[in-house]
Design a protein around this ligand. Sequence first.
Ligand code: DAH
Length: 353
Amino acid sequence: MGNAEKLTNDLKSLESEVQQRLAKAVEEKDLENISIEFLGKKGKLTNVLKALGTVSSEERGQIGKFANELKNSLEQSIETSRQHILEQYYNKLAETEWFDATILPARFPAGFHGGDVKGHIHPISAMQKRLEDIFSSMGFSIMDGPQVETDQNNFGMLNFTDDHPAREMQDTFYTEQDHLLRTHTSSVQIRGMKKLKPPMRMIAPGRVFRYEELDASHEHTFYQMEGMVIDHTVSVSNLLHLMHTLLEEIFQKHVEVRLRPGYFPFVEPGFELDMKCLICGGKGCPVCKYSGWSEVLPCGLVHPNVIKSGGLNPSQWQGAAFGLGLNRLVMMWYGIEDIRYFQNPDPDFLYQF
Ligand code: DAH
């Protein structure tokens, strides 16, 4: 056998070797390996063609042409195998993972606002908005304050001294030196007094945080609305009248209230204001824990030290303050028995309001 014949045979056997290997290839990586092994710069084809120098120039032309065609056809075969492997891969995927491209996006249940609403107001936001409307109509400004507060605004300026045991009434998340997640919206009292010129009335709704053991009535994150009135003279009867009017506005019916003494460092005197239970009318039920009364509104007359912290002269200015628990109001309004629902992302909870 002449050199030319041997070379042609070698090329042909390369071809059948490649075809055999392609028949066994199962993934794209296999194809890549075949391509490098046979057609790469240092591959078998290049190696075989080294023998071109041993044939006559006429034969070299013919064999060279043949080798080029062979190379093209092998590349073509590899590409065909690639298509085949991908097709198999996608077919297999389609058997296990599929989606229905014709399905409509998720909607609110049929009948709920026409079943075609893009979002939904959270019941706490709805309650907040209602209160803001009521207070705005009574001439109150709406103040905002940061959720990460200074220790001073949350405690110090509110007459909690550094070692005041009342600091422990509110378990606190501390962030960094002298800062914390505000434990109550009372922190905005200080900001309000400094910003709004007295006489003034303000509310400050917002999110507050406590390092709590969670249960049906304790959450680490909840909502309050602080209220504050500063004027030349403010009395307990002014406060009581305001609280009573407010509750009747909220619940849209006659409500009976009572005051009990309560202790908060920033008010003196301080009170817990109770409302006759709306569920049982005072007879006693699980909601009011069979007492006939629900504790709704801690409040009091602003302590002179707090008036001073706000940059005002306590011999000229007096104040009343109260702190509404928004979660609690919403729970009473709708008869929700567990506070943890509010932070739960389950939309079925929201659909009910
Ligand atoms: N900041 C108090 C708390 O979160 C609630 C409170 C009590 C607010 C009495 C007041 C007040 O404005 O006068 O427990």
